[in-house]
Design a protein around this ligand. Structure first.
Ligand SMILES: Cc1cc2nc3c(=O)[nH]c(=O)nc-3n(C[C@H](O)[C@H](O)[C@H](O)COP(=O)(O)O)c2cc1C
Length: 380
């Protein structure tokens, strides 16, 4: 199948990846109500068709946090994305650079910061989780600074991890020891293209930035056990001062879903917020981001830069999010599917598709500039 959309890349990734990896990307927490809401609510937003408005000079570019972007799109942080294709985060970062959009490296990536940053010249964004060991956090921020990362994305919606049933069914979670490993090896053997690309040629299989604290325990269970015991549920607004003392570049809070929290974020002086429910992977049952975004943008849109993610699968969805009040949009699963299906080439193609879809959506809503997109582009 030749991919014509992010949805096609999902199907191609499903065929190519071992089930424990595909389900890890594709799944959400508990009954996946929020995951489904993100996609359905966004898709249900009706765009307003306009005609005879001379759309011959469409420009999809924009500026965010002093950086020039070819379109208001960022590759968001995806933990373990590097397992989707050989040295996966590095491949995706290359594709993002070529497309003129930022790439965000997760704290829990497979490729370390140093590898990704040295593969490209454009500064990447770095995503940070709250970790009990503050010295380790300090060290990560220092590395990010020294390697030229431009923007820090501090994720605040994971004081504890949500449970994902699919990970149990697929053998990623709750299957420790030899039995779990054998199950995954078996899945890899029945997906030989992935096994050759990542299993054999993708070495070393270290867990990137976390490898120094994991030592010789490098299995997937070791990694998830480390996450469970090292993420800090004591996280509070005080942490922003700590981060600020270590990071003086643009700082964004990711995982805001409530207008009161957004106001509090503005009071702490962060440079932006990302309206997100972690792609429906944390508290199942919360509203979709398409629903949460407008009241948040109304509350703080003049005081800070509001970005959003969740359920974005096309350039049309990008226009929807901008019309609902976001200044930029993060792709999550969309790029992870493309990477799993076809590596760097897949991510590059996906970004071309998104930009082409964005252009068409702008043309047919009668908009020439990204900054002109607003609620006027929606049918109310
Ligand atoms: C497989 C997977 C891993 C993720 N890992 C992280 C992560 O390490 N850090 C983070 O802040 N968000 C993480 N997220 C959340 C995404 O950054 C983003 O908020 C979400 O995927 C957006 O929803 P969408 O995938 O429906 O577009 C992850 C999401 C997925 C699907």
């Amino acid at each position: 199948m030749r991919a014509a959309s992010a949805i096609d890349y999902r199907e191609l990734a499903r065929r190519r990846l071992p089930p424990f990896l595909f389900e890890y990307i594709d799944g959400g927490s508990y009954a996946e109500v929020t995951l489904q809401r993100n996609v359905d609510d966004l898709r249900a937003i009706a765009l307003r068709q306009r005609v005879l408005r001379d759309v011959s000079t469409i420009d999809t570019s924009c500026t965010l946090f002093g950086q020039q972007l070819s379109m208001p799109v960022i590759l968001g942080p995806i933990g373990l994305a590097g397992m989707n294709a050989r040295r996966g985060e590095t491949q995706a970062a290359r594709a993002a650079e070529a497309a003129g959009v930022p790439f965000t490296l997760s704290t829990v990536s497979a490729c370390p910061l140093s590898e990704v940053c040295s593969a490209i010249t454009r500064p990447i964004w770095f995503q940070l989780y709250i970790i009990r060991d503050r010295a380790f956090m300090r060290d990560l921020m220092a590395q990010a600074r020294e390697l030229g990362c431009s923007t820090l994305v501090f994720t605040v919606d994971m004081p504890v991890p949500g449970s994902r049933y699919r990970d149990y069914h697929s053998g990623l979670a709750g299957a420790p020891g030899l039995r779990g490993s054998l199950r995954r090896v078996l899945q890899a053997m029945t997906h030989p293209r992935w096994a050759w690309d990542v299993g054999v040629r993708g070495r070393p299989h270290h867990l990137g930035n976390v490898a120094p604290v994991l030592g010789s325990d490098t299995g997937l269970e070791d990694f998830f056990a480390w996450m469970r015991s090292n993420f800090d549920p004591a996280i509070s607004w005080r942490e922003i001062d700590f981060i600020r003392s270590e990071w003086n570049g643009p700082l964004l809070l990711k995982g805001i879903l409530d207008a009161d929290d957004a106001r509090e974020a503005v009071r702490t002086g962060v440079d932006g917020i990302i309206v997100s429910n972690h792609g429906g992977r944390q508290l199942d049952g919360v509203p979709s981001t398409a629903t949460a975004l407008p009241p948040i943008a109304d509350a703080v849109g003049n005081d800070t830069t509001v970005l959003a993610d969740g359920g974005v699968r096309s350039g049309l969805d990008v226009v929807r999010m901008l019309a609902l009040g976001a200044r930029g949009v993060l792709l999550g699963r969309a790029w992870a599917y493309a990477l799993g299906a076809a590596g760097e080439r897949g991510v590059a193609h996906l970004l071309q598709l998104v930009q082409a879809e964005l252009r068409v959506a702008m043309a047919l809503t009668g908009t020439n500039r990204v900054s002109e997109i607003g609620e006027d582009n929606l049918v109310r």
